[in-house]
Every structure is written in structure tokens, then in C-alpha cells.
Design a protein around this ligand. Sequence first.
Ligand code: PNS
Length: 175
Amino acid sequence: MATKPPIVIAIYPGSFDPITNGHLDLIERGSKLFDRLIVSILMNGEKAPLFSVEERVDMLREVLSGYSNVEIDHFEGLLVDYAAYRGASVLLRGIRAISDYEKELQMALMNRRLRPEIETLFMMAGEAHSFISSRLVKEIIGLGGNIAGLVPPSVEVRLRKRFNTAKAGGQQTSR
Ligand code: PNS
């Protein structure tokens, strides 16, 4: 009798402060590869995040409600220990450019040393998203620039509220 193949659970960890269209693209593609994809927010990562963990969970819920095999969670401590606790065998990470590679390689090798049974899987960011980062999005909206198309619309609304800026932007102010 044929045995059932094991269920593959993957963790997509990150700060998600906030989620961008680059993250979303990776989640969409990753959700097709695994039985379950857990998008998990690192708590106490950045010292002064723009959004609280609760706000980031809410944003992820709003954006990811249509994905039946995607779960939202948060964690603290070592990622590999959390992954083992959740029964995950894969850590999913995105690579945008060569500049990401060095940090990601170091983390993947360290995580493998800590728990060799957990595999890190890299996906290349979609070419339309390879220049997007949460840090740049925050910088741009903070300086009055236009972030349409870089983050999901519901996230853009939250960012505009947080920075108290009107839609569109991108205009140079006179000196
Ligand atoms: O979105 P980010 O900031 O690039 O995500 C980084 C993250 C959350 C993947 C990384 O900081 C992490 O795994 N932190 C948990 C602590 C840990 O396990 N550190 C050892 C990594 S080798």
C-alpha cells in the first residue's frame, strides 16, 4: 500500500515592518510549493519598529486572508527552534540582489549548523519587486514620496495615517 507523502510546512520569517508587494509575491509563490506556509513576524527584532507586532499581524491578516494554506504567527528567540516547534522543515527566504546574498548565506549556514534537519530555501524576488524594501518604503513615504504599487493598498493607507501624509505625493517642495 502506498504511504502518504509527508506534509511539508515552511516558515517565511521576517520583520514585515510593513509587508511589501515583494513579500506578497514571495508568499503567493511559496504558498503553491508547500502544504502550509507560516508567515511569522520576529518580535523584538528592530529596536524601534514603525508598527507594533499586533499591527503587523493585522496587516498580514488583511492582505493574506485569501490564502487558505497560509498562517500568520509571530515568534521570539532562535528561528530554527521556533521552526522545529512548529513542525516546519523549510525556512523560506527571498533574495533580491547580490547584496542580500552574503547576509542570507551566513544566516542559512548558521541555521543549518544549529539544526541540520531544517533546510533554507531561497526564492528570487520577482523582477518587478527586486528593488522594494520595507526600509525604503518607510523612508520614501516619510519624505512625502509616492509609494503606490510598492505595498498593498491597505498597507499604504496605514502608512499614510502613520506619517500623516496625503495620497500621491512625489512632488518636490520649494526650498
Ligand atoms: O525581515 P528580516 O529583518 O530580514 O528578517 C530577519 C530574520 C527574522 C529572518 C532574522 O533576524 C532571524 O531569523 N531572527 C531570529 C533570531 C535568530 O534565529 N538568529 C540567528 C540567525 S542565524
